[in-house]
Design a binder for this molecule. Sequence first.
Ligand code: NDP
Ligand code: MG
Length: 387
Amino acid sequence: MNPVKIVLLGATGSIGTSACNCIRRFPELFEITGLSAHSSKEKLLGLAEEFQPDSVCIGEAASADALRKSLGTSVRVFTGEAGLEELVNETDFDILLNALVGAVGLRATVAALKRNKRVALANKESLVVGGDYITSLLQNGSGRLVPVDSEHSAILQCLGGENHSAVESIILTASGGPFRTRPLDRFEDIRPRDALNHPTWSMGKKITIDSATLVNKGFEVIEAHHLFAMPYDRLRVVIHPQSIVHSMVEFHDGAIIAQMGVPDMELPIQFALSYPQRLPLRTKRLNLAQLGELTFFEPDFSRFPCLRLCLDAGRSGGTMPAVLNAANEVAVAAFLDGRLGFNGIADVLRLALDNHSPVPVSGIEVVEEADRKTRELAGKFIAGMKK
Ligand code: NDP
Ligand code: MG
């Protein structure tokens, strides 16, 4: 059998690096035909020399010539955001592993689904901003989405061969992040280095901040709504500090099926590539007796207002989640470079959502228009707050 051909976008990030480890372990099963990075040119070059893809994409056009010189004429070099979409359209592959961060990932997901390919989706923002459009592409084509996000991978595994109509609810677990027990009156002092110190997962900066505000969990509820066609009133969030139960499905006879394991993204990444098969993985094993106890709590919406804002945006639908995401991307970037306080992130989301009247997500353009306007508004708001 020929190896499965994989395009890996965001190859130099946290998920991209773990994905390369998975692919290295099974050279007879997987082959990389396309790779991308934004600014990590040297890292991309190293990966391209190792995996010998047909195409690569780099964010900055200025780096493209150096890549062309080093890689020779057998590798096509694309550049910029448009280059990501071109790479997906013009490279031979079976699975797109989308490990880009942010709404910039949407066009690649859409292009792969339009080619009726499988998308192993880490880039949850694709579904947050374009979920309704992606659902229509899935319904009208033969492409398929397989989640990489650990919670959604868990849900897929819990659903197994079960009948969808027997599902009563989906329960997403959340670690609660680094501020799970911090009193509200100390949120004002939170600095980027505190928020980047996640208790259970090691991830890219943006998702680590999203985990500290619980925006990440809000996004995951929206992601689950689209992936599993589940209404919002049957999607629940429970805080589980140990990050051992990755999520659960409750059936209409009261049975709850959970998927457990040590927190390590290599399992969900590998599962998304081999799905529906399982491949062996020699990772650290879970020892429940050693762990002693697993605990669960209700989320605290008063200390984590972003979670409520996300759930409300999801329920409002249309372009509301795209606005939520754009405001969040701007706010997180401002927080990381010291232009916005931690509590200010929720203020920016609230302002953006309050100023938007949603329209249906009929295609990419409508999403990009809402995204553009929101970034402008959020940027002005943050600049004004400083004065
Ligand atoms: P990272 O920040 O570690 O990596 C992001 C990747 O995307 C890098 O390769 C980066 O390139 C590239 N990139 C960044 N910005 C752009 C841009 N504007 N245009 C094109 N490429 C860009 O992120 P993560 O790996 O942590 O996360 C990736 C996605 O997976 C996110 O959507 C996240 O929510 C999701 N996810 C991540 C998990 C994790 O454990 N990390 C868990 C579950 C989901 P460069 O290196 O050159 O900057
Ligand atoms: Mg997750």
